[in-house]
Design a protein around this ligand. Sequence first.
Ligand code: CA
Length: 225
Amino acid sequence: MRILVVEDDKALGAAITKSLQQAGFAVDWVETARTALQFLTLENFDLLLLDLGLPDSDGYTVVRKLRESGKSLPILILTARDALDDRVRGLDQGADDYVVKPIAMPELHARVRALLRRRMTGGNPSITLKKLVLDTVGRRAYVESRSIDLTAREWSVLEYLVGNSGRIVSKDQLIQAIASWDRELSQNAIEAYVHRIRGKIEGSEVVIKTVRGLGYLLEEPTNAP
Ligand code: CA
């Protein structure tokens, strides 16, 4: 899952970025509203973490412009503790939730997970496909209740494919979904991840098909004879 952090406080931006990266998210960090809007036009993100007080514009403008352009990604705003009006205004403009500064990292992580979950599974923390279960809170996968060992990258690929099950996902989409700009990822690397995941989820009855020239399709086999 890919997150864009917009925060002009360097110490805070770095701390948030590092902490979310350690939790396995692909994170890009920018410091102005203008760069944020450029990034969001060029790339697909799964969530936006947005400071309201930015040097070149305010966060509300970013929220409004995104919603006007039809972008539906979840937006989590960062606001000051006493700024009730800011929070209300941010939510009214189309933000989904807020975290109050000074930020408690565990709370920030929980809100990020909740928003991503709501988008992916309608709020359910675990996803079950046949004998495969993904625990999106603990970021663990199980095949028939047996925990399987996935690296952070493998988890991200599997989570993305499961979140898009029944749809063809291209390698470029996967690269965009799991890698930030500063960490380049090749199509070969994606192939290697998928190959390893296939081995690890064997027995789950969930199949990741290669669709030649297009990408991958995760599908549950039908029970029809
Ligand atoms: Ca600020």
